[in-house]
Design a protein around this ligand. Sequence first.
Ligand code: SAM
Length: 281
Amino acid sequence: MEKIEKQSLYIVSTPIGNLEDITFRAIYILKNVDLILCEDTRVSKTLFRYYDIQTAYQSYHEHTQDKDVSLIIEKIKQGLTVALISDAGTPLISDPGYELIKHASKHQIRLIPIGGSSAVLHALVASQLPPYPFYFGGFFPRKQAKQEALLESLIELDATLIFYEAPLRVKKTLSVLFDVLGDRQVTLARELTKKFETFYYIKLNNFNSIDIQEKGEYVILIHGFQTEEKPLDQDVFSMYESFISQGIHKNEAMKLIGKKYHQSKNTVYAYIKTKGASDDN
Ligand code: SAM
């Protein structure tokens, strides 16, 4: 059996719903370390009972004070073997743990991730949206100004956008998404791995016609920016001449025009050539 490493911190993923979504290795580690750090000990007790895990545990969460974090680090350095878990899924992913990891790495403590469930990946692979690149933003911001600023910064990102959201806020969030991003394909992944697991595959412009449950846990996934090609037209010539008269090199001018029309530089070049623009520069 695997040797439990000293001077190390195991970061162990636990289920996000279905209690059987956990690896054999994770259970082995949780049974054999000296101490488990839990986000909320009451929540983790269900898992411990299910798998007969009798290891000592204590709480570690976002309010754990620096002096207690230092104590944990000290214990690990002295040889205590420790695993970190959160209430559900992968620690650190919109869950506590990053502070501890920063302290641990400063003290040359080895980090050993034990993978498993995370709502973001469950949702992504069944979302029918391009699986990569993707942008994961954690919880969608609460304040409208922050929501809009964030979405504006992401508007041209060609990556599937993923956020966690509370059930009562999902509809309002869809409306903000529509206002800022326009009509895009969206997937809502609800209650993953649980009895009422549901995927809603929708277009933002008609989300109001869909009966979206306001209960359960949600992941929202949004199609990334898609460039829509605009057909090249007469304006290309005046734009081209104007760039050239400004001293811009013809290659650069065609690139700039291509950007405007979401067409390649070569397509612009072919258009200008066949329609007879001057090519003197
Ligand atoms: N660490 C977890 C992970 O790896 O996914 C996430 C913890 S975060 C505090 C909780 C949020 O994750 C929920 O509000 C929801 O947005 C999302 N989430 C967690 N479990 C979920 C599930 N079973 N189905 C859908 N979303 C879930």
